[in-house]
Design a protein around this ligand. Structure first.
Ligand SMILES: NC(=O)C1=CN([C@@H]2O[C@H](COP(=O)(O)OP(=O)(O)OC[C@H]3O[C@@H](n4cnc5c(N)ncnc54)[C@H](OP(=O)(O)O)[C@@H]3O)[C@@H](O)[C@H]2O)C=CC1
Ligand SMILES: O=C(O)CCC(=O)C(=O)O
Length: 467
């Protein structure tokens, strides 16, 4: 292809990526528990459907509007490409403060929103597949799956795959709830063990003794903390919407999680001190994890951030101006489209499970277990043949502790964890290679976009952009 022709093609595909494929705005009434009615505003954006279905979460929050949902759907397109998932990108949301509604009201809102999506072709296992995001979880996904299944999807064998992040009993998969945090751990693990990149930011290799601060102690923040602490890292501070806690010796994960679960806040946690400083984001630590909302790291705070590594648990937590400042200061930022892709990766596994109509490992579990015992017996028999029964007893065949754990074959959880680790490790390695190839230094955001756009470019070029 000639240079001019190539330039023209790149320009067309870039302008194709700029606009959403489809944007839905709905308004519907909901009956409140006191008998009054309230109009509810909801959105769903399919940014790109170059691969089908489109995939992306549903959030509830007062910040939800057309622009926010469009921006988040765009990130989903690049995120799915970054980790090689065969999906387009989408996102949805309802503009409510979920804490102000009863469970019954939330159920009515969620079910009606699902009907609106279905009526307009914005939900379905082959079209567009929502999942949890801020202020939504298994409960909401269960209501959505049930509503779709019992109405529009009642003749569709795959209907249950219309959303992911469902409870296990409703077709969910082991490991989805923790997947985003676990994925952040998997990708950081690769980066922290890269001598080249650690040298670039002036840190030692490995987890042990690394300090970290988390913003947002919800689904993503909590699971990050759990996995990081398990590796010997020390959580010195947690920032929440309504207050922050610190402990230079390290916060205890189980105690903090239990406290938040029972009290609904981290304030007053006995294993920590209340933070009294100016901004906990700017306190000394090695790793900072924004896991709350968008645009919370601004150009005002960026110059004072001391962390050497920032992993975006949240989508879009750093404003472009802050991003520039942090890059100039050589901070290594693991961008959302890569760092928090563990959630959608395990959603993909759940969707595969749903359309396969069986759980991972079910067909092979017993076969694997029997084969492993047969292998041990065969070694024992060979020894007996060679040394005789008494001689063989001197070399008993005893499985190691690690092998013992695996002897019974891989459970669904094992398969999910290993599939997630493989996906994150592969993507991290590709990203480090791209960053080196294009001499991007610590600019992993550009590296991630380069890698995603290349993939989308090839798909769209091969398929053809128009009819
Ligand atoms: N869940 C998932 O699988 C995925 C989530 N993400 C992204 O991760 C981020 C967090 O999502 P998730 O953990 O699911 O959401 P949750 O609703 O479970 O948690 C968000 C947490 O952040 C707190 N919070 C909100 N605003 C602020 C603030 N300004 N400062 C400090 N804390 C704040 C909330 O407190 P409070 O409850 O008091 O409001 C809550 O504890 C979002 O950007 C989301 O898009 C990305 C990929 C997948
Ligand atoms: O699990 C999914 O499908 C999407 C999760 C999500 O919304 C996200 O990664 O931002």
């Amino acid at each position: 292809m000639e240079l001019n022709e190539r330039k023209q093609k790149v320009r067309s595909i870039m302008s194709y990526l700029e606009k959403p494929d489809a944007m839905l705005e709905v308004h519907f009434p909901v009956k409140k528990d006191d008998g009054s009615y309230e109009m509810i505003e909801g959105y769903r954006c399919i940014h790109k459907s170059h691969k089908m279905p489109a995939k992306g979460g549903i959030r509830y929050g007062l910040g939800v509007d057309r622009d926010e949902i469009f921006a988040l759907a765009t990130i989903m397109t690049y995120k799915c490409a970054a980790v090689g998932l065969p999906y387009g990108g989408s996102k949805g949301g309802i503009c409510i403060d979920s804490k102000k509604y009863s469970v019954n009201e939330l159920e009515r809102i969620t079910r009606r929103y699902t009907i609106e999506l279905a009526r307009k072709g914005f939900i379905g296992p082959e079209l567009d597949v929502p999942a949890p995001d801020m202020a939504t979880g298994e409960r909401e996904m269960s209501w959505m799956a049930d509503t779709y299944h019992k109405t529009f999807g009642y003749r569709d064998l795959n209907a249950i795959g219309c959303v992911t992040g469902k409870p296990i009993n409703q077709g969910g998969i082991h490991g989805r709830t923790a997947a985003t945090g676990r994925g952040i751990f998997n990708c950081l693990d690769q980066i922290l063990n890269s001598e080249d990149f650690m040298k670039m930011v002036g840190l030692t290799v490995g987890w042990k003794g690394k300090t970290f601060i988390i913003q947002g102690f919800g689904n993503v923040g909590q699971h990050c903390m759990r996995y990081f602490c398990r590796m010997g890292a020390i959580c010195v501070g947690v920032l929440e919407y309504d207050g922050s806690v610190v402990n230079p010796q390290g916060l205890n994960f189980d105690e903090l999680q239990n406290y938040k679960l029972t009290k609904g806040t981290v304030n007053g946690f006995p294993g920590a001190q209340a933070y009294k400083g100016k901004n906990l984001l700017c306190e000394p630590c090695d790793i900072l994890i924004p896991a709350a909302g968008e645009k919370l790291i601004t150009k005002e705070v960026a110059p004072d951030i001391k962390a050497k590594i920032l992993a975006e648990g949240a989508n879009g937590p750093i404003t472009p101006a802050a991003d520039k400042i942090l890059l100039q200061r050589n901070t290594l930022i693991l961008p959302d489209l890569f760092a928090n892709s563990g959630g959608v990766t395990v959603s993909y596994f759940e969707w595969l499970k749903n359309i396969n109509h069986t759980s991972f490992g079910r067909l092979t579990f017993k076969y694997e277990q029997d084969s492993n015992y047969m292998l041990l017996k065969s070694v024992q028999d060979s020894l007996e043949k060679h040394f005789g029964q008494d001689g063989a007893k001197k070399i008993p065949i005893v499985p190691s502790e690690d092998f013992k754990k695996r002897i019974a074959g891989a459970s669904e959880k094992d398969i999910v964890h290993s599939g997630l680790a493989y996906t994150m490790e592969r993507s991290a390695k590709a990203l480090m290679t791209t960053a080196k190839e294009f001499k991007l230094g610590t600019d992993f955001r550009t590296a991630a976009y380069v890698s995603s756009i290349e993939k989308i470019f090839h798909t769209v070029t091969e398929a053809g952009l128009t009819f």
